[in-house]
Design a protein. Sequence first.
Length: 274
Amino acid sequence: MKIAIQGFEGCFHQVAAQSYFGKHIETENCASFAELVKKVKAQPDVDAGIMAIENSIAGSILPNYSLIKNSGLHVIGEIYLQINQHLMVLPGQTMDDIREVHSHPMALLQCMDFLEKYPHIKLVETEDTALSAKHVRHKKLKSTAAIAGSLAAEIFELDIIAPNIHTNKNNYTRFLAVSKKPVETAPDANKASVYFQTSHERGSLANVLSRIAEAGINLSKLQSFPIPAKVWNYYFHADMEFDNLVDFQQALKEIEQHTEHLKVLGIYKKGKTL
């Protein structure tokens, strides 16, 4: 299989893709999420894609919800990945040798408590964590370390001299698996991603939410988005968790009657946390 990911070789998207689809996959690296969606839709040899949708610290990646909704792609699954940042160098280097640390701005920020212990080290912002690791290896930067994930260290044969240097140890990112074609819904599926639109009348959203609750469905995510053609009108992305697939499908018919538009993006099994 070839799976489209956002980022470079060794990035966390590649870790998520291998964890979900298997380590045997080939990855199609994309510079942006828009490019990822385009390649999954139009490139015949790309079977599916993995894209981040929310982070436990930073919150929702709002543009990606709209990308999925407007793409016509199908959500076929999800996976939760703990984001562990490590300091890595060329073999033989130590902390005493380091004069610069390169990484993505967010990764540097996540590791600031550790980095502040070394005020003489210059922090250099880069495009990507894994790309920073690649540059250390390929340019043979003896006085430079990179902050990236363990896969990057493995691929580029770097030594991790300080593991897990991120301040918040509960940093998780949720990734969605998307494909151009729907897959057969598994009998043990227990989660669905849905978007719906209600009328702009008082209580219309509350009415839909009441129906969801009455059906015994857990609303694990509700995100609103403006409708460009209707000022101050919104549509909603909802992630719903349930115990019985048949009961959920019956409940969906009841919920649909109280919306102006409803579309199921995918029904799948709740993802594992790695």
